[in-house]
Ligand binder design. Structure first.
Ligand SMILES: Cc1cc2nc3c(=O)[nH]c(=O)nc-3n(C[C@H](O)[C@H](O)[C@H](O)COP(=O)(O)OP(=O)(O)OC[C@H]3O[C@@H](n4cnc5c(N)ncnc54)[C@H](O)[C@@H]3O)c2cc1C
Ligand code: SF4
Length: 509
């Protein structure tokens, strides 16, 4: 079997200035760009897919968290949204984008969410059922299926036992994997080649249809003439240093921006396209999340089993999704309390721990992404509303209840001002605490909304097919187009919308 990256052009292949033309240029190879490029190529378009980061093979992944964070993530994984708290947010840089490092959770947004988008966010053609065909096609292409029992491991199973004991519904997480070995290293990259990230599932399909895939090329602007797009410009960039090399100019009458919801509004701003509504870069939405670590008396070996194999949608309509969590110990343990012997006591108990997390759809919270006065990185602000913080607090309490129902001896709630750990009879301390955004470190890796869709060109950046209102030939196919929160993990919805955009460009639908 050939390597999935056969034919991909990398830094070493770029031996001079690049000048190419195509039918369509897709910028960014994450879930949105990867699917858009695959679907366009399948419909006979001559496609160039451009990615700023390099390609990573299974053998390039390093289980050491520090090395991974430096290589695979923007700003070496130190990116934060600033506001009334500290909100770390991770965006990958590499062929495959976020699909390279994510937990492969692939779940459709429920019909009631899409109806809400349709009714409240000016996207009437995106109501329940509108994405069914696109969801199904993407699920087939990426091998989406519920996590099998064989790769669950005890960490996922204790969550299920706790939910069952409390009558909280939960289910094996559907994921885009083929032959998952349950090695729990999705965050540092799948060394087993099982995860169907877009570099594995989409890039070979682009190349087999004659498409070209350029990595280590940063797009810096979209070219246009009298409101019609004519291509993109940029530079070759050295992997990991970002040092600029040869110039790049790509010509095409259609450009699909899928650089992610932090980068695409910046590209629009620099190109003076898609900005006439004044909404590009605004309305940044997120799923802030918090985790607890449950401490058991029996061995869990949390480093075994699918990274996030079980989840609960029981409280989804109340704004909460509950999940089993895993990540490298070096990442998870930054939230452990104390130092010296106290910290050591938590670290030596790692084999008996199970982390669970809650994310909220945060309907009352919003942020913004803007250009920084210096450098290329965006300035990101976010305000976590007290009502959404209260939802997270409630979620933490429920996670603790699940842990205790599963037999946990204690739980580390990770909230400033609440004892760490707490026993079952101390749960009221977490329930009754006055917790603000400043008392927690709420991570938010699900981000969207900065180039939102809508029918009205005065209040949105693109239409319901991702076509930018104020320019011809320009489309957006990343999570920036979401008009609201999907309430569940965003990747599959991003992919379904990207496929819909590709169908539209091809004159279907
Ligand atoms: C650790 C982690 C775990 C997650 N787990 C899940 C999960 O299990 N399920 C789920 O649904 N979601 C998950 N998410 C979220 C999900 O991965 C993202 O929502 C998704 O990747 C967004 O896709 P996108 O195409 O919009 O952007 P991205 O995935 O960010 O892709 C954008 C791509 O564009 C490239 N790019 C940016 N600027 C330029 C430029 N100027 N020129 C060229 N290329 C450029 C980037 O390098 C990147 O590869 C997770 C995210 C993280 C970080
Ligand atoms: S759990 Fe392991 S084998 Fe399965 S997709 Fe994640 S990294 Fe790959």
């Amino acid at each position: 079997m050939s390597h999935p990256h056969e034919g991909v052009l990398g830094f070493a292949d770029h031996k001079g200035p690049i000048r190419l033309s195509a039918d369509v240029i897709v910028v960014g190879s994450g879930p949105g760009g990867g699917v858009a490029a695959m679907e366009l190529a399948a419909r006979g378009h001559d496609v160039i897919l451009v990615e700023e980061g390099p390609a990573f093979s299974s053998s390039d992944f390093d289980f050491e968290a520090g090395a991974t964070m430096r290589k695979l993530f923007r700003e070496s994984c130190t990116r934060v949204m600033q506001g009334n708290g500290f909100f770390p947010t991770m965006q990958a840089i590499g062929l495959g984008g976020g699909s390279l490092v994510n937990s492969a959770i692939s779940i459709r947004a429920p019909g009631w969410v899409l109806d809400k988008w349709a009714n409240e966010h000016d996207t009437p053609r995106l109501g329940a059922g509108a994405l069914d065909e696109d969801y199904a096609a993407v699920e087939r292409a990426l091998g989406v299926a519920p996590t099998p029992e064989a790769v669950m491991g005890e960490r996922n199973l204790v969550f299920k036992r706790g939910c069952d004991a409390l009558g909280i519904s939960c289910e094996p997480t559907p994921r885009n994997v083929r032959g998952c070995k349950g090695s729990a290293e999705c965050f540092t990259g799948c060394r087993n080649g099982a995860k169907q990230s877009t570099d594995v599932a989409c890039v070979p399909a682009v190349i087999s249809r004659g498409g070209r895939v350029l990595t280590s090329v940063r797009v810096e602007g979209v070219k246009s003439e009298r409101g019609r797009v004519t291509g993109v410009v940029g530079h070759v960039v050295e992997p990991f240093t970002g040092k600029r090399g040869y110039s790049v100019e790509l010509d095409a009458p259609i450009v699909v921006l899928a650089a992610g919801c932090m980068a695409t509004p910046r590209l629009l701003e620099k190109s003076r396209l898609g900005v006439s509504s004044g909404h590009a870069g605004r309305h940044l939405l997120a799923h802030p999340g918090l985790a607890v670590c449950a401490l058991f008396d029996h061995v869990i070996n949390p480093f075994e089993g699918a990274t996030q194999g079980y989840h609960s949608l029981h409280f989804l309509e109340q704004g909460m999704k509950l999940e089993v969590l895993w990540g490298p110990p070096a990442v998870l343990s930054v939230r452990f309390p104390g130092f010296g012997n106290q910290l050591k006591s938590h670290l030596v108990a790692f084999d008996r721990m199970a982390p669970f997390d809650v994310i909220t759809n945060a309907p009352h919270s919003e942020g913004e992404v803007r250009g920084a006065p210096f450098g290329d990185e965006p300035m990101i602000t976010y305000h976590l509303d007290d009502r959404d913080m209260a939802t997270l607090q409630r979620g933490l309490v429920i996670l603790c209840e699940i842990a205790f129902a599963a037999g946990a001896r204690a739980v580390l709630p990770g909230v400033h001002g609440v004892p760490d750990p707490i026993g079952r009879d101390q749960l009221h301390l977490l329930r009754d605490a006055r917790v603000t955004a400043k008392d927690v470190i709420a991570g938010a890796n699900h981000v969207f909304g900065t180039t939102r869709m809508g029918q009205n060109p005065r209040t949105s950046v693109c239409d319901e097919w991702g076509r930018v209102h104020d320019s011809r030939g320009l489309y957006i196919a990343d999570t920036g187009t979401f008009p609201g929160s999907p309430s569940v993990n965003p990747m599959l919805t991003c992919m379904a919308l990207a496929r819909r955009t590709a169908r539209r460009i091809s004159g279907e639908g």
